[in-house]
Design a protein around this ligand. Structure first.
Ligand code: BGC
Length: 247
């Protein structure tokens, strides 16, 4: 039987509302965890490696495995490392081929037999982090460089990662995981400081949030309106995705 198929139509926990399987597709690992209606984890996080040259077929197979490991759930939220509109993928810079126009949301619904919402990974992190007031910029530092801006809680996805930043290189070239490994923490932090100044001048944000696995490598003293946000907040985004009206 497919994961999540038992007791179709009934929430797994009627007292607290639907159980959401939150999935985060990264360039290095694919993670899954179940959350209650408040975003509180109700299972251990499971992680499998992102396969090399990760095609849609390979990624669907991994998500199927993670879902089976997690057991029952009512709905699924997915953070995807590329441009997604209305559940359809347009880009996937750090995955394999075959993603352009791939209807990931519809395919996952077929596979998992549950309602699914897919959005960009930085957007999901942002949904769980922002206050909903003023101009809030969110970046994520992981394999890639993710970005999204919220104006009074309304999200607009950005792809700053692939825009020029420094000496003809993009933000992702200079601040993605490959740059951190190659340049070392000190240089990477210096460049991050420059990026934050650039972004403040460009967007005049009131607050900025930094998420992603490499936020832990930050040693730089951050301006008072810039905060590091945790993975847990990113997970909460998986719940907020169900209340969000943006594409
Ligand atoms: C992608 C973004 C994504 C970011 C973080 C970039 O390469 O273009 O869409 O949010 O990586 O995964």
């Amino acid at each position: 039987m497919s994961p999540g198929r038992k007791k179709a139509g009934k929430p797994a926990n009627q007292k607290t509302g639907p159980i959401t399987l939150a999935v985060d597709i990264g360039g290095t690992g694919i993670k899954a965890q179940k959350l209650d209606h408040l975003g509180k984890p109700v299972s251990d996080r499971t992680r499998l490696l992102t396969p090399a040259k990760a095609t849609p077929k390979k990624v669907l197979a991994i998500i199927g495995k993670l879902a089976a490991m997690q057991g029952e759930f009512d709905r699924v939220s997915v953070g995807f490392p590329g441009v997604v509109k209305d559940g359809v993928v347009y880009t996937a810079a750090n995955l394999g081929n075959g993603w352009r126009n791939f209807p990931l949301q519809a395919e996952l619904e077929k596979h998992l037999k549950r309602p699914v919402r897919v959005a960009n990974d930085a957007d999901v992190q942002g949904l769980g982090s922002v206050s909903g007031h003023g101009v809030e910029l969110v970046i994520t530092l992981g394999t890639g460089f993710g970005s999204v801006i919220f104006v009074d809680g309304r999200r607009i996805h950005l792809e700053l990662g692939h825009h020029p930043f420094h000496k003809g290189k993009t933000y992702e070239d200079e601040l993605g995981v490959r740059a951190l490994k190659k340049k070392g923490k000190k240089k990477w932090n210096k460049l991050l400081g420059e990026a934050l100044e650039d972004l403040q001048r460009t967007f005049n944000f009131d607050s900025m949030y930094i998420g992603g696995g490499n936020a832990k490598a930050i040693t730089l003293k951050l301006p008072s309106n810039v905060k590091i946000v945790s993975n847990e907040q990113g997970l909460l985004g998986g719940i907020k995705l169900w209340q969000d009206s943006a594409r």
